[in-house]
Design a protein around this ligand. Structure first.
Ligand code: GLN
Length: 462
């Protein structure tokens, strides 16, 4: 038995039966991180001295990895940016407090695209993460370090954040499960804001049962985040193995257009047939405004980015350049601290929000966003789940797209609409193309994470 490849449930069983102790488990992971991380660069920092506390919680002793844009009190948090290279968190994010309460053990912080902006983890100021399936390829982004850590056996599970696909895309490229909860299901307190109306934290795990277990812990309202909805979270594991017989699954024709790789399409079609064989009713649907999702996202997101990243001014946090006066400090710190993609988005967002352009760009994009949300509302009157590909291709080569931002943005074509609409979605591994994983995306109604977890669980177990 290789304990590094265990699921959360198996770890708990092993600990209960005293096959290994919490500390043995942690040491085993630290050893493999030491061995494999120099090649993968999945972790930016590792907590070597954190002895697990004795705790009887649901995740007691379970090692996990945290994306380095989520605060853990007293430890570094870089967002993979030079501007925060020496920043130390002054409090725990709400999700961290909850995981700690459940007994989880933090192994370290994982690599990401700077401030979660990207689809390949190549925009990290500390070097890209490599895809464990093929070290010449990207792991997807922006939570690439978290997904790579889970699939390489460097963590039992991980947390990521998803603003336009950053949990689901790396899950798809690395062959793990990644869940973006409904906007408002999980507190964002202590998550470094990228685009506040789109950001959500979620689990990256080896299977959907584990995703349900982690969601059970992190879901719920929070007095520190007024957008975390005060709606009781159900037990996501209960009923997860109920059959999907009679479940209505919608297949949006817009998610199978010319941009989709033919071989990826074949794998997705097989996965849909399998769901049909399990008793689901497959229904053709349309999400007519899908073609405007990327354009709308790539206006709204940079607008929010430009305002959220204004706080990194060389005074309040992290890096401060030597300069002759205050304005110069702002300019030099931001110029020297932010990478190219962050600067690009700050400029785009500032432009789109400026007087005279606001109505033409930001307001228009918000109107389109409303139409996209309406597409989902209409579709969910007819179906319980929407299924399609998570990404148009499998993992691409390192360096292939990083110099061409527009091509990179196309990787997000099937994921961004979900954030704009605020609905939950997950990516579950459904096969391979040329030995590289393919992810099936399952989308649910607002606050119906249970149905997509159940669909994925049925898919995995049949
Ligand atoms: N790839 C998308 C972007 O670059 C999504 C990022 C994310 O979800 N954090 O904006």
């Amino acid at each position: 038995m290789n304990i590094k490849n265990l699921t959360i449930r198996e770890v708990k069983r092993g600990l209960d039966k005293k096959e290994f102790s919490q500390e043995e488990l942690r040491q085993e992971f630290l050893k493999s991180i030491k061995k494999k991380n120099p090649d993968l660069n999945a972790y930016l920092s590792v907590f070597k001295n954190e002895e697990p506390e004795v705790n009887k919680g649901v995740l007691a002793g379970v090692p996990c990895a945290i994306k380095d844009n989520i605060l853990i009190n007293g430890t570094g948090c870089t967002a993979a940016s030079k501007i925060l290279e020496n920043y130390i968190s002054t409090y725990d994010a709400t999700v961290i407090k909850k995981l700690r309460g459940a007994g989880a053990v933090f192994l370290g912080k994982t690599n990401l695209d700077e401030f979660a902006m990207g689809s390949s983890t190549e925009n990290s100021a500390f070097g890209p993460t490599k895809n464990p399936h093929d070290l010449t390829r990207v792991p997807g982004g922006s939570s690439g370090g978290s997904a790579a850590a889970v699939v390489a056996g460097l963590s039992i599970f991980a947390l990521g954040s998803d603003t336009g696909g950053s949990i689901r895309l790396p899950a798809s490229f690395c062959g793990v499960v990644g869940l973006k909860p409904t906007y408002g299901r999980v507190s964002r307190h202590g998550l470094m804001a990228m685009a506040s109306s789109l950001d959500q934290i979620g689990p990256i795990t080896k299977n959907s049962y584990d995703a349900a277990l982690v969601l059970n812990i992190i879901a719920g309202s929070d007095k520190f985040d007024s957008t975390a909805v005060p709606k009781e979270a159900p037990d996501y594991t209960s009923g997860i193995d109920k059959s999907i017989k009679g479940l209505k699954i919608g297949i949006p024709k817009e998610y199978f257009s010319e941009g989709l790789d033919g071989k990826v399409n074949n794998v997705i079609q097989k996965a849909i047939s399998k769901l049909q064989n399990l008793g689901a009713e497959i229904i053709d649907i349309s999400l007519p405004h899908s073609e405007y999702a990327l354009a709308s996202y790539y206006i709204i997101m940079p607008c929010e980015v430009s305002s959220n990243l204004a706080r990194y001014d060389g005074i309040k946090y992290g890096f401060s350049a030597k300069a002759k006066n205050l304005i110069d400090t702002y300019l030099k710190s931001r110029e020297g601290g932010f990478g190219e993609e962050a600067r690009r988005r700050i400029m785009l967002g500032t432009y789109a929000l400026s007087a005279g352009y606001y109505n033409a760009y930001y307001k228009k994009a918000q109107q389109v966003r409303a139409l996209i949300k309406k597409d989902f509302d209409e579709a969910f009157k007819k179906v319980d789940v929407i299924a399609g590909p998570t990404a148009p291709t499998v993992a691409f080569k390192l360096g292939e797209k990083v110099k061409d931002p527009l091509t990179m943005y196309l990787s997000d074509v099937y994921t961004v609409a979900i954030n704009l609409a605020g609905v939950p979605a997950l990516s579950v591994p459904c096969g391979f193309v040329n030995n590289l994983p393919v992810g099936l995306q399952l989308i649910g109604k607002h606050f119906d994470e249970a149905v997509i977890l159940r669909t994925a669980h049925n898919y995995e177990h049949n």
